[in-house]
Design a protein around this ligand. Structure first.
Ligand code: PMP
Ligand code: GLN
Length: 435
């Protein structure tokens, strides 16, 4: 009974805020609020029903994510969706065909808990090629249903009640709920504008006796900023004498532009010894809906993560793992070709956007491009701007403030996803140039 009711609430939660967003004459109480968490809290606040009072939420500040909200608004208004990060083109045909082949060949039962050996082997080989590290595919590589699950499991494996976890704002939205569910607390360290670089003084000030974990993300969502090898060295020196672990979210590891090499924690001996390095096949092979990723960590850390992972999902999806293993083995060059593939999209989009009143510097990595709109509508917050662009100009974007605990005053940045076909980018840019 109780279960059924709780489930019902979840459905209500999912459906209601988006309906409200879609109707232009409905009250929009989040609009005047500046902070990202306040916006999400406002969504959550709108959803309370009578019977919901029976349950005290473990995540009282969490509502529907900005990605769902903006993608649904784009669908409702018919806007071009450059908000939520996903390609509007398909992954390689051979990869997709391989899934069908493996389904028909009977690869439809549980995969091993740690992931299909053939896929873990491919991951280990790719790591050796890309970062020069030889990892033990049995003891150090775990395939997960998406990077999100890997991050969640790593946090649960490490964080105890009262522990502090340092995250850099703007930060990806799944980190903080994962930490809170483990009983920990996020300490938000803002990245320094305009380049979204680590502010070493603030990081050093934030580290204390309760610090258990630091979550890094390079290439960085939403800014595209990269952490350099020298910065990894600096971080190693800062935490050398402390028992602090790392999650290095490197889901965009192969989307690094302008000839720069990705500085992976996998290539850093000292940091790797205390790290979970997370990646996502979804980003690398243009198949975000497959929700398949992996995490690489030294044996003792992997063992603890697996204790959690085996009771969260147990394993990833079998035929997808077979298909990825086949494709990676036949096309090791895929990852080497990705930077040029996405750099061309970034450059096309940025060249077209030069004809607009948005200002920007080209994104160094990821498939996201930030743009400053203060020359267009300085009177609007970024949330208001995103809604206005979607409704009035037919291009959906993501406001950057929602990734902050306390957004900088007068932040006038929106995020565009350029993982789109050329015609989509041209059409979107044409609309943006008219704004
Ligand atoms: N981390 C970051 C920074 C991301 O942008 C994403 C993507 N959506 C994820 C983690 C989650 O990846 P996945 O879809 O594989 O769970
Ligand atoms: N990572 C994607 C983005 O930043 C969204 C993933 C999601 O919707 N959970 O847009």
């Amino acid at each position: 009974m109780l279960r059924g009711m709780a489930h019902g609430h979840r459905i209500a939660q999912a459906a209601r805020p988006d309906a409200a967003v879609g109707s232009s004459d409905s009250p929009r109480p989040w609009l005047p609020r500046a902070s990202g968490s306040a916006i999400l809290a406002a969504f959550a606040g709108r959803l309370r029903t009578k019977s919901e009072a029976m349950i005290q939420s473990k995540l009282p500040n969490v509502g529907t994510t900005i990605f769902t909200t903006m993608s649904q608004l784009a669908a409702q208004t018919g806007a071009i969706n450059l908000s939520q990060g996903f390609p509007d083109f398909d992954g390689p045909q051979a990869l997709r065909e391989a899934v069908g082949r493996h389904v028909m060949a009977g690869h439809n039962q549980y995969a091993p808990m740690t992931g299909l050996p053939a896929l873990r082997e491919q991951v280990a080989q790719k790591i050796a090629r890309s970062y020069g590290r030889r990892v033990d595919m049995d003891a150090e590589v775990t395939v997960t249903p998406g990077a999100t699950e890997a991050i969640f499991c790593a946090v649960q494996a490490l964080v105890r009640p009262g522990d502090e976890v340092i995250v850099f704002d703007p930060c990806y939205d799944s980190y903080e709920p994962s930490v809170e569910l483990a009983g920990g607390r996020c300490v938000h360290v803002p990245l320094a504008l305009p380049d979204f670089a680590i502010d070493w003084q603030r990081l050093s000030d934030a580290i204390g006796p309760r610090t258990r974990l630091i979550i890094l993300n390079s290439p960085h969502n939403p800014s595209g900023a990269l952490i350099s090898r020298a910065e990894l060295d600096q971080l190693a020196a800062l935490i050398r004498e402390r028992e602090i672990y790392l999650i290095s979210d490197e889901v965009y590891e192969h989307l690094v532009f302008d000839g720069v090499a990705h500085a992976s924690v996998l290539a850093h001996e000292e940091l790797y010894a205390r790290a979970f390095v997370v990646s996502s096949f979804g980003k690398t092979y243009h198949v975000t809906g497959w929700k398949t990723g992996y995490v690489v960590a030294p044996p003792a850390l992997s063992a603890e993560l697996r204790k959690v992972h085996q009771f969260v999902t147990f394993c990833g999806i079998t035929p997808l793992q077979w298909a990825l293993a086949d494709y990676m083995s036949a096309h090791p060059e895929h990852v080497d070709e990705l930077p040029a593939f996405y750099q061309a999209k970034r450059d096309l989009f940025c060249d077209l956007l030069k004809g607009s009143r948005f200002t920007f510097t080209r994104s160094p990595g990821t498939y996201f491009q930030l743009a400053d709109y203060s020359a267009i509508r300085d009177d609007l917050s970024d949330v208001e701007m995103s809604l206005w662009l979607t409704r009035e100009h037919g291009v959906a974007t993501i406001p950057v403030s929602v990734f902050y605990q306390t957004p900088p005053k007068d932040l006038r940045l929106v995020r565009f996803c350029f993982a789109k076909r050329e015609e989509t980018l041209r059409q979107a840019a044409e609309r943006l140039c008219r704004v």
